[in-house]
Design a protein around this ligand. Structure first.
Ligand SMILES: Nc1ccn([C@@H]2O[C@H](COP(=O)(O)OP(=O)(O)OP(=O)(O)O)[C@@H](O)[C@H]2O)c(=O)n1
Ligand SMILES: C[C@](O)(CO)[C@H](O)COP(=O)(O)O
Length: 226
C-alpha cells in the first residue's frame, strides 16, 4: 500500500499574503488542489492524507474536497513546525501502508514520472529523495563572510516527495522526537539514524511556491505544459 502525506498546514509567512498560499489560484485552480490532483490521478497511490490547519478545515472541505470531488481523502491537523504536521499525518496512515510519500502541498508541479520512480526506488532502497543538481555555485556564509565553497558537483537541491519504507520513517520520527531533533526535511531524520538515502532526479519545474515571485513562475510552468 502506497500512501502520500501532503502537508498544507503552514502559515505562508514568506508569501506575505492574507490568505494561506495553498489557496492561491494558479490558472484558476488552487495550489493545493493542483498538488492533490497529481496524486489523486496516479494509479500507484492508494491513500492520501492532507495535513491542514485546524481552523481551515471547513474552508478546505468546501473549497477543495467538495469542489474537486476528492473523495476518500483523509485529513490530519498540522502542527507548529512542518515536521510536527508530518508526524500527525504518520499517525493517521492505514496499518497496511508499506511506502510513505511525504510531499509539500506548495509543490503543485509534481508529475507521474517522479511519483512512480520514487515509489519504485523506495521499494528497493527504503529511502529516496527527489531533487535537482544545483545550477549556482553555493557558498557557506557566516556573519556575512564566505567560509566555504562546496564542490558544486556534489550539491543537489532537495525537493519532495521524499519517500520511505513505512517502518523506517516511523522509527526515524520516533527517535527524532525522543531527542527533540528537528530537520528541515524528512530525509534528515532518516540520515540521523544512519540510514543511507538515495537521491533521484526530480525536475526544475517541481518548485515550491514560497514567495510572491514564485506565482508568475508557476503560471508560466502551467502555460508551457498545455
Ligand atoms: N507547520 C507547518 C509548516 C509547513 N507546512 C507545509 O510544509 C510545506 C513546505 O513549507 P513552506 O513552503 O515553508 O510553507 P510555510 O511554512 O507555510 O511557509 P513560510 O515558511 O513562508 O511560513 C508547505 O506546503 C506548508 O504548508 C505544514 O504543513 N505545517
Ligand atoms: C522539504 C523541503 O521542501 C525540501 O527542500 C524544504 O526543506 C521545506 O522547507 P520549508 O522552509 O518548510 O518550506
Amino acid at each position: 500500500m502506497n500512501s502520500v502525506i501532503i502537508v498544507a498546514a503552514g502559515s505562508g509567512k514568506r508569501m506575505n499574503m492574507d490568505i494561506n498560499k495553498q489557496f492561491i489560484k494558479l490558472n484558476k485552480k488552487e495550489i493545493v488542489a493542483h498538488t492533490i490532483d497529481a496524486f489523486y490521478k496516479n494509479d500507484n497511490i492508494d491513500e492520501i492524507i492532507v495535513c491542514i490547519k485546524r481552523e481551515e478545515e471547513e474552508l478546505f472541505k468546501d473549497k477543495i474536497i467538495n469542489k474537486y470531488k476528492f473523495n476518500n481523502i483523509k485529513i490530519a491537523y498540522g502542527g507548529k513546525e512542518r515536521q510536527d504536521s508530518i508526524y500527525n499525518g504518520l499517525k493517521c496512515l492505514d496499518n497496511k501502508c508499506d511506502i510513505v510519500l511525504i510531499h509539500d502541498g506548495a509543490r503543485p508541479f509534481v508529475d507521474d514520472r517522479i511519483i512512480n520512480e520514487s515509489i519504485e526506488v523506495a521499494k528497493e532502497k527504503r529511502a529516496v529523495v527527489v531533487g535537482t543538481p544545483v545550477k549556482d555555485t553555493i557558498k557557506v556564509v557566516l556573519n556575512g563572510s564566505i567560509k566555504d565553497t562546496p564542490n558544486r558537483v556534489n550539491l543537489w537541491a532537495a525537493q519532495t516527495p521524499q519517500v520511505f519504507e513505512y517502518k523506517l520513517i516511523t522509527k526515524a520520527y520516533e527517535e527524532a522526537y525522543e531527542n527533540n531533533y528537528y530537520g528541515t526535511d524528512d530525509s534528515m531524520l532518516v540520515e540521523n539514524i544512519g540510514q543511507e538515502v538515495t537521491m533521484i532526479m526530480g525536475s526544475y519545474d517541481n518548485i515550491k511556491i514560497t514567495s510572491p515571485e514564485d506565482i508568475s513562475i508557476g503560471e508560466q510552468i502551467l502555460r508551457l505544459r498545455k
